[in-house]
Each structure stands twice: as C-alpha cells, then as structure tokens.
Design a protein around this ligand. Sequence first.
Ligand SMILES: [Zn+2]
Length: 487
Amino acid sequence: MRTRPWTTIVLALLLGAAAAAAADFEAVFEDATLRVDTYHGGDAASERITIDRVLRQGPWAGSRTLLVDPFPSGGYLVEARDAATGELLFSQGFDSYFGEYRTTGPAAAGVARTYHESVLLPFPRRAIDLRFTARRRDGSRLLLAESRIEPAAAAAEPPARGAVVVEAQVVAPPARALDIAILGEGYTSAELDAFRGDLRRAADALLGFEPFAAHRERINVRGVLLPSAESGCDEPSRGIFRDTALGLTFDSLGSERYLLTEDNRRLRDIAANVPYDALVIMVNHERYGGGGIYGLYCSFTARSPWADYLLLHELGHSFAGLADEYYSSEVAYNDFYPRGREPEEPNITALLDPGGLKWRDLVTQGASLPTPWEKEAYDARDGTYQAERRRLTQEIAEATRSGAPPEHLRALADEEDALAAAHSRWTAEFLGAGTAAGVVGAFEGAGYSSEGLYRPQTDCLMFSRRAQPYCAVCRRAVEAMLLRHVR
Ligand SMILES: [Zn+2]
C-alpha cells in the first residue's frame, strides 16, 4: 500500500525544492510545452493508450524544480526518461475521462469506449521514452503504453484561431506562478461582456479564497473565449442541444449534474492560446452543474446561484485531487472505493491503521479515532432532502421535455434552488453547533459511503454545498499543490 505521509511531501516542498537549480532544467528542457495527445480506450477489464500526435506549444508553465511528481494522486502516471541514459526526467499523476468511464455500468458490461486525452510536459532537448501506467487501488501498476518521442517530430501547430484572451490578473512569469486558464463555454460573440463580467467574478472568488488568497501575488488568471454559435450547453435529459465551442454537456456518464466535454482536442487547441497549469471551464448557464477530474479540468456554471461553490469545489478535485467527502445514507459501500483499501486521495481514509492516519499531525489533541459526531440525526434529515431533490429533478426533466411554459420551468428551478439553500443553511447550523465542530479527527461518512470511509472534519467545502472554507486537511493539500507550481 502506497500512502506517502503528507507531512513529508509538504516539508519537501517548503525546504528541498529550491535546492534543484534552474540550470538543471535548462540543460534538459527548453522553455516550451510538449503536448502529447493520446487515445485511451477499453472497458472495465482492459485498457490501452496509443499516441495520437505530438505538438510543440507555448512556454512551460509548470514547475522547473519539482519535475518528478511528489504527490500520490491520480489513477494514472506518465513518466519521461532520457532515451540515452534512462534517467527519470519528469513524472505526473493524473486522472482521465476514460478512468471515470471504466467505473461505470456499461464498462463493467464490456462496452469498450475510447477518449481523446493529452499530457503536457516541458519540451525535451533530446529523445525521451514516455511511459504510461495505471495505478491500481491495490498498489499494483499496469503498463498501458511505452513510446519514444523525438522532439524534432513535434508539430508546431498554432493554437485555435479566433479566441479572445482576457487577463484577469497576471502578476508573475509563468515559470514562477500558478497559471489558471478559465475557458468560456457557451458565450456567443454578442456575449463577450457577459464573459468578461463572469470571468471577473470567478477570478475574485478564487483569489479571495484560502489558500489561494494567501498566495494571490503568485497566481495568474487568464480568460480565453472562443465564441460559440449558441448560448449555454447540451442538456440531453431535457432534450436540449446547443452548438458550442467546447462541447460541454450535462448528464455526463449518466449523471444529471455532471458537466464534462469529450472534445479534448478542441479544448486543448483553444487553451493553447495561454500558458496554463490548471484548466477551468466556465459555462454560460444558470443550472446547477459542474465536474472536476484530477489533472484534466474542472467545469462550473457561471450563472448558477451556486457558481462560487461549484468553482471551488470542482477545482478541489481537478487541481488537488481531493475526494468528495459527502455520502448518501442509503449507500453503505460503493465500488468506487473498494472495502479494505486505503483511498489515495488526501482527504478521505478507510482508517485501516488509525496510528498511520495520513493527516495524523493535524488531528485535534484528545480526539478519538474514529471521532463521534451526530451522524444519525444528520442522516435522517439529509435522507429526506435527497428524496425531495430527486423528485424535483425528475419533475423538471419531464416538464422540460414536454415543452412546459418558461414561467413554470422558472418556478421549478427556483423551488430547486430554495430547497438546496434551505438544506445548506440547516447543515451549516447543525454541524456548526455539533459536539465536533472545528475538531480534526476521522468522521464516518465520506467518499459516497455511509460506512467504512472517514473525513477529517464534520464540514468542509468538499462535504456540504455552500461556499465555505476547505477543512484543514483539504486546505493543506491544495496549498501543497499550489507551492509545487510556483517553484
Ligand atoms: Zn475537506
């Protein structure tokens, strides 16, 4: 079992990183980005990666001193070795759309699918051997692809044309900053001002939120908009389809609020207009929706009353590899986190070895592990809310498909928001007044499971729906990731 202690990682980031000289980087890499496009396909039982094409793009935005990934996050790992010496030059863990697909029912039933994906590396001066492996939850690794890359073979294709770049905040060179690119989706050319306004709000929310706020003088935020032919995005379960720049759609992987795009090539071509460490897709839509895949991107609906929460929660997934801390009282266990194995995400644990808990150094003195909380009372109220929410979701989908008048749809959407807001307020008050409020321990109920998985605090941005702070453990994980990007 591979659970590196987070204290060790953070200490290495704070103390050791600066020791590796920038000269080492320049001996091996150029200040450019190597983008390797791949096809990643298969089903639950088998998978394979093949190289599509290799591109040379703009300046390298990532770390120049921590080239080998210090984090255990991500179900996949890409490693680049010097082809002549075999020396490990670069590695990066990541998750992917295919990685999510392979956990679904159709994949388990043997339905194979293929997704387009990309990995970004600093541009090598000499030939490299690229190796992709899947990191299985039992700790084993599966080789998915091995390929020699000659730098001279990289195509210097320019980024997608017609995109508007808006600098929300640019304060440091890409090499020393966390570069966040916010791509606009579903904004027409007549909605450029709306995009600018939404970008400003999103950048302010992000830069005002800890731990980003503490490091804001080292964070660049750039907006990129390729105008769409139509506003919004696809909503298949409501029978709505729009022609948009990035192809975002609700109902991704069969989940109603899950907002993703399968058009990775287009996404990367548009994003290539700016240097980036993290991709955010901001969707011109009012409905509650979003998604976040570690190392890939996160998405959120900019016009939802929950926009700030969605952005920061989904960024927790895509940027720092955080797990969802919420669960449903109806699901005791789930296949996503098999029993008896420690999840690799920094903010949930199976608590198989309380003495070796990965956030042990943050645990409140005197707190027992697991830590008691008012779970039965929470579950009773939350269960009622979830049932009500499901009923309303279904009613809205049916009303939309049957062409109900806009005012009726508006009323249903308002009812849904009011229901969620009331539950959010109740949760905040209930947990805030609980015996374990503010305590760091191990609280049962996390990672979609009511039993057997534990979260660090009773409430967190990754647990309940509102723009509240990350818990102490999530905050540290996000900050550690941020520090890697600015070194
Ligand atoms: Zn948390």
